[in-house]
Design a protein around this ligand. Structure first.
Ligand SMILES: [Zn+2]
Length: 267
């Protein structure tokens, strides 16, 4: 059995129990149902994201995001789907979170692709805001956060954040989302679907400090759909069928999450 699946099988019953109990305090204070989702295709415009041998992260992320949005709109016409971008344009990290906050989104999904210097790494990872427990997680956060240097006055906008400093990332990870448990639940469902539906190598649910997640006020995840630096995974992610499988797996997790959240409020 894959490690990621085993982990989600162990963790999921505990989280589901918490959902059905009164532990969901942020939800209990509102009449919360999953009505609005923000889908954030990572990077764009002058920011290509990581590079494969012939692919760019910004292109794959947009492809998966649009497909995911289509699945949700088609199957849940009452759910409002908002994209941070639908074209190849540059967006500041803060603006992505602001779009979700301004629209009162109930879930924020940021879609990305991974890269590794060794070219050996492959598989999926879903991140929630939190303290990284390994250097590998820190490396991913550093790479994703490094794009702030393309923004003007980024230190002023991000509380003096320095993308090159380990300490900066540790400080950043202290900003934990109030919806941490729900974020972990959704992340677990996504990784489980990647394993069972898309037959990917799930590297599991992980934590690190991401600038795109630290100011969102709803359950929020950052999905690394696979490694563009791994030749066969790059080929998969660059194909229609591969992108469709990834998107439909995230959609399946979305459906499960929505059902759990909505039914916990109907009780
Ligand atoms: Zn990225």
């Amino acid at each position: 059995m894959k490690k990621g699946l085993l982990l989600s099988l162990l963790v999921l019953p505990l989280i589901l129990w918490q959902i059905s109990s009164t532990a969901l305090s942020p939800y209990n204070s509102n009449d919360y149902h999953l009505k609005t989702v923000v889908i954030d295709a990572g990077h764009g415009g002058k920011d290509s994201g990581c590079l494969g041998s012939k692919t760019k992260e910004k292109v794959i992320a947009l492809g998966v995001s649009l497909k995911l949005g289509e699945y949700i709109s088609k199957n849940f016409p009452d759910v409002k789907v908002i994209y941070t971008r639908t074209t190849d344009k540059f967006l500041e990290l803060k603006e992505r979170a602001d779009i979700a906050n301004r629209n009162g989104a109930d879930l924020f999904i940021s879609v990305h692709c991974n890269a590794s210097a060794s070219k050996q790494g492959y598989g999926t990872e879903t991140y929630v805001m939190g303290t990284h427990r390994s250097n590998a997680n820190l490396t991913v956060a550093k790479r994703e956060n490094s794009v702030v240097t393309m923004e003007e006055d980024y230190q002023a906008k991000y509380d003096g954040f320095d993308p090159n400093s380990d300490e900066g990332h540790i400080r950043l990870s202290i900003f934990q989302n109030a919806y941490r448990e729900e974020s972990i639940l959704f992340a677990s469902l996504v990784e489980e679907q990647f394993t069972t539906k898309a037959l990917r190598n799930s590297r599991g649910v992980k934590e690190a400090g991401f600038l795109v997640l630290y100011k969102t006020t709803m359950p929020s995840v950052l999905i690394e759909c696979g490694f563009l630096t791994h030749s066969s995974e790059e080929k998969y992610l660059n194909s229609e069928a591969g992108q469709d499988k990834i998107a439909s797996s995230i959609f399946k997790a979305f459906s499960q999450f929505k059902e759990l959240i909505d039914s916990s409020m109907d009780e």
